[in-house]
Design a protein around this ligand. Structure first.
Ligand code: SF4
Length: 313
């Protein structure tokens, strides 16, 4: 890739107008890697309630195996208020005219099918919404949900965002991911066979990884025929297992120089049809690395490096 193909450009070309994603966090949603179904505690970098001494699996009633959802009305209300609070800002600051509802926090396919269907359909019913994007894990999506999303995709823009993080099984174990790369391959192949759009999420700077490992993950993700990609550096936040390792000197975060160098190499590897949804990320409660504190500074350094590398913005 020698010209940056962002997700914004992809959407503009397809819908002939400015489209923005509206991030949503559904109350009551959790993750099988936190509640004990797959593992407890979550990925080492995940900030979650399982660190609380009062944490109990029973607290979360919503999982794939539940049949009832007493929280549904609350979830619908919250979805609606988050959407209508965010949209005016996206219109004002970005001139957005159409929207994709982005189910972002936790595992957004880890709930009874009837709950998922109700929430997705509600999101699609909002004005100026052209689609939905669903963040999830490759071990937490049923065939029933995939088939339903494939049916929805005939009329709407549907994206599934899978956390790949790395293709290295040793690292996946080290970060307590709860599944291996074979699971990623199996689920993404199935999703692509249903002609759904897939965005893969990769993290650079995972414990024990060299640049070679990180670029291998990029190559392996490209080979899965994904349509879009997100990159970000591994940062340490409070209340994570990684924070303990960092404080004990057992984990050293990636430097800005290495991150940007890896990112540029990764972007150069991408075929022209894979859009880029994210080149870095910001976070609250940051402990390290310090250079991740300011997202706009990070982006300005990345843009400079892209220009230097001959990649047009
Ligand atoms: S999959 Fe996501 S929500 Fe679940 S533990 Fe890992 S980072 Fe947290």
């Amino acid at each position: 890739m020698n010209k940056l193909f962002t997700f914004g450009k992809y959407l503009k070309k397809k819908f002939k107008t400015k489209v923005k994603k509206v991030p949503i966090s559904i109350p009551g949603f959790t993750c099988p890697n936190i509640d004990g179904t797959v593992a407890r505690g979550g990925c080492v970098f995940c900030e979650n309630e399982s660190f609380s001494p009062n944490f109990q699996k029973e607290k979360f009633t919503l999982n794939l195996y539940s049949t009832e959802n007493p929280l549904l009305q609350k979830q619908l209300k919250s979805l609606k208020s988050q959407f209508f609070n965010t949209v005016p800002l996206l219109k004002k600051y970005y001139g957005a005219k159409k929207f994709i509802v982005y189910f972002q926090s936790f595992t957004n396919t880890y709930a009874p099918f009837s709950t998922l269907k109700t929430l997705y359909e509600k999101a699609l019913s909002f004005p100026e919404v052209i689609g939905i994007s669903i963040g999830t894990r490759t071990d937490s999506i049923t065939d029933e949900t995939l088939e339903y999303l494939a049916w929805l995709s005939k009329k709407h823009e549907i994206w599934i965002e899978y956390g790949i993080q790395t293709s290295n099984n040793e690292t996946l174990k080290r970060i307590n991911r709860g599944h291996d790369f074979e699971n990623v391959i199996k689920t993404i192949n199935k999703t692509k066979n249903m002609k759904l759009n897939v965005c893969g999420h990769l993290i650079f700077g995972l414990p024990g990884e060299t640049q070679k490992d990180m670029l291998k993950s990029v190559e392996d993700s490209i080979n899965l025929n994904i349509d879009s990609i997100k990159f970000h550096p591994l940062y340490v936040t409070n209340n994570t297992l990684l924070a303990n390792d960092y404080k004990k000197g057992k984990f050293i975060p990636i430097t800005e120089e290495e991150y940007i160098d890896t990112l540029i190499k990764a972007i150069k590897m991408l075929p022209n049809h894979i859009s880029i949804q994210r080149m870095t990320a910001g976070t609250k409660n940051l402990l390290a690395p310090n250079w991740c504190k300011n997202k706009s500074t990070q982006l300005s350094h990345i843009h400079k490096a892209l220009k230097k590398a001959g990649i047009k913005l």
